[in-house]
Design a protein around this ligand. Structure first.
Ligand code: PLP
Length: 421
C-alpha cells in the first residue's frame, strides 16, 4: 500500500513518488556508484509489473491475434484488444477503435503525414509547424510537402522559449490545411496551449496534429478536451515497452484516410487486381502486431493510474522547479526554456565544456543525462548552439538525484580546468 499525507510527503522527498524498488534497473551500479538516471525524456525505465506483463503473455498466451480459433489465439486477441481499451480510457478517447497501435510516436506522425497528407494536400496549401519540433514532427512533413507542393510555415518562439501565440492569426489562413505541433518541447520544456491552437486552427478548417510524446507520460491528457484531430505518443517514454506507440485520431479522419501499409490483417477482401480495406483501426495495422508490447503498455498505464497523473504532474513540477533553482547556482551555466509552466526537463550548457564531454564526465559518476541536438537541430540553430546537455525527470527521481547532478557539475571546473573561460 502507498503511504498518504505527511508520511508520503516525507517519503517522496527522499524516495520519489514511484517506489524505486518497483524498478529493478534503479538498483544497479554504474562505474561503482548507484545509478542516477536523468534521461527520462529519451526513454523511461520499466517497473517490474510491465516486465512481468510482457513475460506472462509469452509464458502463457502467446499466439497470433484476430485469426486463430483456438484458446491461446482468443486469449491473445482479448488481451491485445483490452490493451487498446485501456489506452482509450487513459487518453479520453470516445472509442477504442480510435487508437491505432504503431511502433512509436515517429511512426504515428508519419502515418498522418503520408496517409492523410498525401491525399489532402496540393500546391499552394500550407502546413503550419513550430520552430521547436522534434525531427519526428518535421521531417515527415518536409517529405510530404516536397511531393505535394505544399508549403511549410513555422510559428516562431518568444525570447523566453514560449510559442508566439500572438502571431498565430498571421500564420493561419484558408490555405492552412494542417497545424502540427508538439505538446511539450523535448528541449525547452515549453508547454503549448493545445486546446486554444486547435480551436483557432479548426475555425479555418485546418486539421490539428499533436505530438504528445513528452506530455502523455507526465500529465493528464484528454483528447476530447484538447479537441485535436490526431495525437501521437510512444509507450517507452511512459514506463512501457519499446516498439509500441499510439496514433489516436478522430473517427471521421481515420475513416477518410487510406491505409499506408498493405498486407495481412488490414484487408476485407483481396482480389488479384484490387482489394478492399478492413475497418478502423485494423486497416492501419498491417501484419502481425506487437501484442506483447500493447499488453506491456496497458500494464504501464495501470501502474501510472495507480499513482495518478495529477499526482505525477505535481511531483515532477516541484522537482523540476528545484532542479532549475539548483542548476542556476552553477557558475556561468546557461539554462534554456521558459520558467514556468514547463515539462519535466531542463536543457543547459556549462561554458567551455562540450555537452558530450560533460555527459561522459557525469557518466563516470553514475549520472545519466542526454547530450546532443535532441533531434531538434532547427531549434538548436535558433538557440545559436550545436548541442546542449539535458536532465529529464520521472517520479522515481528525487531531490537527491538533482543534488548529485549539481554537485558533480560543481566539480566539472576542476576536471576540465577551463570552465567559464
Ligand atoms: N516527439 C518528441 C517531442 C520527442 O521527444 C520524441 C522522442 O524523443 C519523439 C517525438 C519521437 O519519439 P520516438 O522516438 O519514440 O518515436
Amino acid at each position: 500500500m502507498r503511504p498518504t499525507g505527511d508520511v508520503q510527503e516525507h517519503q517522496t522527498a527522499t524516495t520519489g513518488l514511484f517506489l524505486r524498488d518497483d524498478f529493478p534497473i534503479l538498483q544497479r551500479m554504474v562505474h561503482g556508484v548507484p545509478l542516477v538516471y536523468l534521461d527520462n525524456a529519451a526513454t523511461t525505465q520499466k517497473p517490474t509489473v510491465v516486465i512481468e506483463a510482457e513475460a506472462a503473455y509469452y509464458r502463457t498466451s502467446n499466439a497470433n491475434v484476430h485469426r486463430a480459433i483456438h484458446t491461446l489465439g482468443e486469449e491473445a486477441t482479448r488481451q491485445y484488444e483490452q490493451a487498446r481499451a485501456t489506452v482509450a480510457s487513459f487518453i479520453g478517447s470516445p472509442a477504442p477503435e480510435q487508437c491505432v497501435f504503431v511502433r512509436n510516436a515517429t511512426e504515428a506522425l508519419n502515418l498522418v503525414a503520408w496517409a492523410w497528407g498525401m491525399d489532402h494536400l496540393s500546391s499552394g496549401d500550407e502546413i503550419l509547424l513550430t520552430v521547436m519540433e522534434h525531427h519526428s514532427n518535421l521531417v515527415p512533413w518536409q517529405m510530404v510537402a516536397k511531393r505535394t507542393g505544399a508549403r511549410l510555415r513555422f510559428l516562431p518562439l518568444a525570447p523566453d522559449g514560449t510559442l508566439r501565440l500572438d502571431a498565430l492569426d498571421t500564420f493561419l489562413s484558408e490555405r492552412t490545411k494542417i497545424v502540427a505541433f508538439t505538446h511539450v518541447s523535448n528541449v525547452l520544456g515549453t508547454i503549448t496551449p493545445v486546446a486554444e491552437i486547435c480551436r483557432r486552427a479548426q475555425r479555418l478548417g485546418a486539421i490539428t496534429v499533436v505530438d504528445a510524446a513528452q506530455s502523455v507520460p507526465h500529465q493528464p491528457v484528454d483528447v476530447t478536451a484538447l479537441g485535436c484531430d490526431f495525437l501521437a505518443f510512444s509507450a517507452h517514454k511512459m514506463y512501457g515497452p519499446m516498439g509500441i506507440g499510439v496514433l489516436w485520431g478522430r473517427l471521421e479522419r481515420l475513416q477518410e484516410m487510406e491505409p499506408l501499409f498493405g498486407g495481412g490483417e488490414m484487408i476485407l477482401r483481396v482480389g488479384l487486381e484490387s482489394s478492399t480495406w478492413n475497418e478502423v483501426p485494423y486497416k492501419f495495422e498491417a501484419g502481425t502486431p506487437n501484442v506483447a508490447g500493447a499488453i506491456g503498455l496497458a500494464a504501464a498505464i495501470d501502474y501510472l493510474r495507480g499513482i495518478g497523473m495529477e499526482a505525477i504532474a505535481g511531483y515532477e513540477s516541484q522537482l523540476t522547479e528545484y532542479a532549475l533553482l539548483r542548476l542556476r547556482s552553477v557558475p556561468g551555466i546557461e539554462v534554456y526554456g521558459p520558467e514556468s509552466p514547463r515539462g519535466s526537463l531542463v536543457a543547459f550548457n556549462v561554458p567551455g565544456v562540450h555537452p558530450h564531454d560533460l555527459s561522459q564526465f557525469l557518466d563516470q559518476q553514475g549520472i545519466a543525462i542526454r547530450a546532443g541536438h535532441h533531434c531538434a537541430q532547427p531549434l538548436l540553430k535558433h538557440l545559436c548552439v550545436v548541442a546542449t546537455a539535458r536532465a529529464s525527470f520521472a517520479p522515481y527521481n528525487t531531490r537527491a538525484d538533482v543534488d548529485a547532478l549539481v554537485d558533480a557539475l560543481g566539480r566539472v571546473g576542476d576536471f576540465f580546468g577551463h570552465v567559464g573561460s
